[in-house]
Design a protein around this ligand. Structure first.
Ligand SMILES: [Zn+2]
Length: 100
């Protein structure tokens, strides 16, 4: 089954199967990253630069800013959810995620 995954509104949203799935404005906790000096960065998602799929995972590169140290830039690929039987299941913003 093919599920369409696109970015919308200049990167403000990821649409999965033509409905809004993930929006900018969330803070993602990331580790194993080179985005900023923080061991665990808290990156405010400002825009989705690129979206893609790896297996069932919906992944994106985002432009954002670490709310702890102020670094801004583009974060490497991060998983935002999974498509499971045609349903999008988001990764919790409480999760500490590895980047890349
Ligand atoms: Zn930081």
């Amino acid at each position: 089954m093919t599920v369409s995954i696109r970015q919308f509104d200049d990167g403000a949203w990821i649409h999965v199967a033509d409905s809004r799935a993930v929006g900018a404005g969330e803070v993602r906790r990331v580790t194993d990253h080179d985005f900023c000096p923080c061991t665990v960065g808290h990156v405010l998602v400002e825009a989705f630069v690129d979206v893609g799929v790896a297996g069932h995972d919906v992944r994106a590169r985002v432009a954002g800013q670490c709310i702890d140290c102020g670094t801004d830039g583009v974060l490497d690929w991060l998983t935002f959810g999974r498509v499971d039987g045609g349903t999008f299941r988001p990764v919790s913003t409480d999760a500490v995620q590895q980047v890349g």
